[in-house]
Write a protein that binds this ligand. Structure first.
Ligand SMILES: CC(C)=CCC/C(C)=C/CC/C(C)=C/COP(=O)(O)OP(=O)(O)O
Length: 286
């Protein structure tokens, strides 16, 4: 009972806050709004240390910040939000920390399945991105269930990168597109053995592994490339995140630890994007 009252109070708080902020969002929307914003969630452990908390509570606070950002992005009209939740390198962290993050992930992903979850309230589709076979079975199964359960939500999309690294994504995409072409060649050969026409076709096929083929096999294929990448804690490295997709992306790095990120940081980020938008558009055409 107490729990559901808490949930109700939180829901009321958020709907009143977002209602009050609507005029502000409307003014911001006069300028261009990024269609896709990606986040590198830096500073969860530093936040815990700063507040004398266990590291695990830093990650919990980080998850709450993700949910707040999702709501603000939704009201602003950002259609895709991508988060770097767990990199392949993160598996090298202390085993207790990896275990804690995986347990938290499982708990929160299962939470997304509830009718009352933020993603269902706001009609957000959830998509997991990465080398999902590296995850434990319970986490992978929960991720697959969450993708299925939200597949028909169309208001916006949350892409959660787990067991992800950009170089792994590129290797996977190149291997899959070569495999696909190889299968096509084998099929042609099986149908018309020793045919000159087929040999010519094979040569042509070899020449047509193009950018688009590789892009079709990227883990991130569901979304257009991000327009803005926000990395908290003032860090400006890409850390093996979306290397392929960020050629024309604006990097913004507020000096705030991720769990402390709030509406004002997002507004500054959007204003920064709007100020540089004409320049970004010009660069795309060059
Ligand atoms: C279900 C779901 C999406 C859960 C995500 C939970 C969450 C907040 C994950 C962040 C993981 C991570 C390795 C962040 C980097 O900050 P850091 O830990 O390296 O902090 P530091 O920069 O202070 O060292």
């Amino acid at each position: 009972m107490l729990k559901s009252m808490d949930g109700l109070a939180e829901k009321l708080f958020w709907s009143s806050l977002l209602y009050m902020l609507k005029p502000l969002f409307r003014i911001l929307s006069v300028g261009p709004i990024p269609n896709h914003v990606a986040f590198i969630l830096d500073g969860n452990r530093r936040y815990a240390k700063k507040r004398n908390m266990a590291v695990s509570n830093g990650y919990r606070a980080g998850f709450m910040a993700i949910m707040s950002m999702l709501k603000y992005c939704y009201v602003l009209g950002v259609k895709y939000m991508t988060i770097y939740a767990f990199s392949i390198d993160n598996f090298k962290r202390r085993p207790e920390e990896v275990q804690y993050l995986m347990d938290l992930m499982l708990e929160k992903i299962e939470g997304l399945l509830h009718k009352e979850s933020v993603v269902n309230q706001y009609g957000v589709r959830v998509h997991f991105v990465g080398n999902l076979k590296l995850l434990s079975e319970p986490v992978r199964v929960a991720a697959e269930k969450a993708m299925q359960a939200t597949a028909n939500n169309t208001n916006s999309t949350l892409l959660i990168c787990v067991a992800y690294s950009s170089t792994d994504e590129i290797v996977h995409a190149v291997q899959s597109s070569c495999q696909e072409k190889w299968n096509e060649i084998q099929e042609l050969n099986a149908n018309q053995p020793q045919n000159v026409e087929v040999t010519k076709e094979i040569q042509e096929l070899n020449q047509i592994i193009q950018l688009v083929d590789i892009e079709r096999h990227m883990y991130m294929r569901l979304a257009h490339n991000p327009d803005m990448l926000i990395r908290t804690s003032g860090e400006t490295r890409l850390s093996n995140f979306l290397l392929w997709q960020t050629t024309n992306c604006l990097l913004y790095s507020p000096k705030v630890l991720f769990p402390e990120i709030g509406l004002r940081h997002l507004i500054w980020a959007v204003l920064h994007f709007q100020r540089l938008y004409p320049h970004l558009e010009k660069r795309k055409q060059l």
